[in-house]
Design a binder for this molecule. Sequence first.
Ligand code: PEP
Length: 254
Amino acid sequence: MRKKIVAGNWKMNTGIKDGVALVSDINKELKNVTLPSDVEVIIAPPFTHLTFFEQVTDRNKINIAAQNCATESEGAFTGEISAKMLKSAGCSYIIVGHSERRAYYNETSDILVKKTEQVLKNNMTPIFCCGEKLEDRKSENHFNIVKNQISEGLFHLSDDDFTRIVIAYEPVWAIGTGVTASKEQAQEMHAFIRDIVFRKYGKDISDNLTILYGGSVKPANAQDIFSMPDVDGGLIGGAALKVSFVDIVKAICQ
Ligand code: PEP
């Protein structure tokens, strides 16, 4: 069954006290929402918040994710946090290869291959991000960029492992800019992604792949974007930092 997902990426925002207050309010608001069996809600707070979130959220309603993980399992890697630690902190998803990490922390496909492997090895789901920059779209190179990111980062996986992947298409020009891809642009790229996955892994796996759209999704535009047949939900940045994030969840439930 293809899952629908609304995932909030809090990035490096909120302190522990206000973060816990916000997730508690979201949790309370979600009590009034009946989630269909194919819908999941995910929140990815900063690492420091994870264990508190595990205590205050209803895990039937909110899955906890991390925004990143180390390439290695354990050892002398000062400042790093392993997938195994994140699993023990209650995470079931980890975001891999967000464009901010690719751009500011030089995360290459080789690094993302290792991170994805760590996430899968520890029985969590990678949310693998891809997306082109504005200049790539202007030069009509956007399909090539996304195809390369996905093939370099994921196409070494076995069929079994690939069924455990979620892909988030996030055009860099739409992240945090207030500019959203049109629903047609989102659909076009999602259909393209599903097609390259179909060519590599076949119909069953491509039909069941969850592909999220990310880039300035908010309550006002969520339903429009989610109405497209290959858009299976969203990865939400700025709008995930408000209780009205729940309105985006409601949009996927319709
Ligand atoms: C993101 O960072 O994943 C994102 C989609 O951010 P925003 O919703 O703020 O554009």
